[in-house]
Design a protein around this ligand. Sequence first.
Ligand code: SF4
Length: 390
Amino acid sequence: VCPTGALTEVDHSYEVLQALSNPKKTVVVQTAPAVRAALGEEFGMEPGTLVTGKLVAALRRLGFDYVFDTDFGADLTIMEEGTELLNRIKGYLAGDPNVRIPLLTSCCPGWVNFFEHNFPDLLDVPSTAKSPQQMFGAIAKTYFAEKIGVKREDLVVVSIMPCLAKKYECQRDEFKVDGNPDVDYSISTRELAAFIRQANIDFPGLPDEEYDDPLGESSGAGVIFGNTGGVIEAACRTAYELYTGRSLDRVEFHELRGMAGIRSATVDFDGLKLNIGIAHGLGNARKLLDEVRAGRSQYHAIEIMACPGGCISGGGQPYTHLKEEILKRRTAALYMADERKRIRKSHENPSIIRLYKEFLGEPGSPRAHSLLHTEYFPKSNEITITLNNH
Ligand code: SF4
């Protein structure tokens, strides 16, 4: 069961097939971090097998024109959210009464949906940074579309997600331009597996292939977004170096890792001690939010993910996700993917550096703000039941 409130699974596979068979459309696909750690299970491979290269190869054989990585969007999220975190903390330490802390991460739409319904009085606390899926879509339909000379309406962006709430996220009005969504369709890991089977692709036998440039280049910080604690660890890698001006001796923040439902750690930024909270599962999230509402929170920043363990156990993943051992193997696979990366910090991703230089300017610039940030709205918990009067 999806824990995020996405009660029904809307399948857009048919619409994706139509786009792929339409010669007037250029179809771009992005793949979320957690998909690569679980898709192999659908084809009899051991849990925790990283299938990144085969995933790329399968998507090319299915006919996608460009195969890109949501990890690029994750790196971009860190640039914007990390900058916001530092600005908020500097303002808070300077005594600015308008600055709210803790900063809450905002990349999980299940969690966003939860706080809009249950904590409408705290809508100014979460980061305004869009999720990696939506940042990717916004950049694909502007920067990338311009680069390849394709009109927005002729570019179709598809995402492969471990998540059912992402289907709802990409349909939110604030992520559309004149009715045209930044991400047109989101399909789950399981739906992609069905696609691959229907196309008679021998998935385990595929060669490993590389993502396309430029939205396929990513850092190790981007890939750990799929694990609980990964978003805030990625943010710390960048925020530490931007704040101190020094390189980290080691990029791993092991104190932020683990599977306890609520965790806390203090990270030392050369004398500035940041209290970090982490919760996964909405019951745990509620506990930390109740503290914020009561003015008792001890944290400067909190990462919240709706699913237990983070996106590796999302509602769109292979159904084996309920077994703890499988979750541990998927988690380990993403940390291994990070270790294998040449670049492990978001701000060192060359394609991200180029994107700011050519198009966005600085993190938090007016253009970055209009494309990469969002707002939240209070939602009602009331359920309307319509009765037929016969
Ligand atoms: Fe989706 Fe990940 Fe949030 Fe679960 S934790 S609802 S998979 S974004």
